[in-house]
Design a binder for this molecule. Structure first.
Ligand code: ZN
Length: 144
């Protein structure tokens, strides 16, 4: 029997059941037919948050805002991490200006902030940007 993972679609929030060995093959969503795992960060919203916390892959959230220089400087690093972690973790960006209620709910005090969720709950949090090797090392410490 193959191991199947439950993974929410970043586009329609539908929960997909995918065989573990297929995660690298650009799997499509059963509901909306878009890419479930693209190797690029997707946007987290107030509406999608609860659905996106579900599933079997860790979720790493970058909380940012357009006016925040360090956030903008960190964006390419976050994109590189998303490509490297394809199939191992899902990376999402939360615009704290567009979704202040969610940012407040998560207790965000400064940006950029990185939040790591596993099995629907927060397991680690880091304030401030990190270079890619440090980011990957921090995630490895938490089993990603
Ligand atoms: Zn979908």
């Amino acid at each position: 029997m193959t191991d199947a993972l439950l993974i929410p679609c970043p586009h329609c929030n539908g929960l997909n059941r995918l065989p573990a060995e297929r995660l690298g093959d650009a799997p499509r969503c059963g509901r909306c037919k878009q890419a479930v795992l693209s190797g690029a960060p997707f946007e987290l919203t107030q509406a999608s948050y609860a659905s996106q916390l579900k599933g079997d892959l860790p979720l790493l959230v970058d909380v940012w805002a357009a006016w925040c220089g360090p956030c903008r400087a960190f964006a390419p690093t976050f994109e590189q991490a998303a490509a490297q972690l394809l199939g191992r973790a899902r990376l999402a960006k939360l615009d704290s200006e567009a979704h202040p209620q969610l940012a407040g709910q998560l207790g965000i005090r400064s940006i950029p902030s990185l939040l790591l969720f596993k099995d629907g709950r927060e397991v680690a949090r880091q304030s401030g940007a990190m270079p890619l090797p440090q980011l990957l090392a921090w995630l490895a410490q938490h089993g990603v």
